[in-house]
Design a protein around this ligand. Structure first.
Ligand SMILES: Nc1ncnc2c1ncn2[C@@H]1O[C@H](COP(=O)(O)OP(=O)(O)OP(=O)(O)O)[C@@H](O)[C@H]1O
Length: 259
């Protein structure tokens, strides 16, 4: 059984006078432990689809099942990492990380130990008593990921989590996030505008067409890239071949939108 199953998703936004169809007939499956990316022209409905998967928006038509249950019954199984870290500035790094567990009523010693091991793995040991403003943007994003992983979500939604970072920090964080998610066998969906990031980090890439967003094509990332770190994948010859393919396909979708 797939971890996540979307079947016939269709979504329109309605006002009193207008209807905007954002998504049309999206069906896809994501397996446990897979890392997939959602790519597509601006406005093709990626954020709408993430919100539907998270159970924040009920689709006009279609179903979303996580581990065979409707998402409305599984909201606590989903974790987020967003473009902004949304850490509480008045709380220390440790307090920020443990907050999700506290709110969820699962602040047990085994969970605290797990959070501490994540903190160490993300290179944040020694920063527990510091405050967000004392950390760099890349470090704050690492704290945000630890806070998310600490609640042990089944599915992680990564909504452009690297797009506000400088290029070098972004490349380093891609490696660290990829390594951490692989080592814990986590399933993740990355929304990005960066084709290279999608190729370097994913097992599969879902390419959506312009509004209304439809699943246009799925690209399988070849094994020789998947076994490398994202940084090393970017330097492999197969990477450029796939980059060209995805680029051309995306460009054709964007030019269709303009006419
Ligand atoms: N609350 C809303 N009410 C009406 N229309 C909306 C609403 N939210 C999104 N839309 C429309 O639905 C379409 C899809 O929007 P969405 O934000 O999901 O796309 P996206 O692919 O995430 O965009 P981007 O890549 O620019 O972030 C767009 O045309 C947008 O204008």
């Amino acid at each position: 059984m797939s971890l996540l199953k979307l079947d016939g998703i269709h979504h329109s936004y309605f006002t009193q006078t207008t209807a905007t169809t954002a998504l049309s007939d999206i069906s896809l499956d994501i397996e446990e432990g897979e890392f997939v990316s959602f790519l597509g022209p601006s406005g093709c409905g990626k954020t709408t689809l993430l919100s539907i998967i998270a159970g924040l928006i009920k689709p006009t038509e279609g179903t979303v099942m996580l581990e065979g249950q409707s998402v409305q019954e599984s909201v606590n199984k989903i974790g987020y990492m967003l473009q902004q870290d949304y850490l509480f500035p008045w709380k220390s790094i440790e307090e920020n990380i443990l907050l999700g567990l506290k709110i969820g009523g699962t602040l047990k010693s085994s969970k605290i130990e797990y959070a501490k091991s994540l903190l160490e793995q993300m290179g944040l040991k020694g920063f527990e008593t510091q405050y967000p403003k004392q950390l760099s943007g890349g470090m704050r994003q690492r704290v945000a990921l630890v806070r998310t992983l600490a609640t042990e979500p089944k599915l992680l939604m990564l909504d452009e989590p690297f797009s506000a970072l400088d290029y070098q920090t972004k490349l380093k964080l891609e490696d660290l996030v990829s390594d951490t998610l692989k080592s814990y066998g986590k399933t993740a969906i990355l929304v990005t505008h960066d084709i290279g990031e999608a190729i370097a980090m994913s097992d599969r890439i879902f390419l959506f067409s312009a509004r209304p967003g439809k699943l246009h094509r799925t690209f399988l990332v070849p094994d020789e890239l998947r076994k490398l770190t994202p940084f090393n994948a970017r330097n492999h010859e197969t990477y450029s071949v796939l980059f060209q393919k995805v680029w051309k396909e995306l460009e054709s979708l964007e030019s269709r939108e303009e006419h």
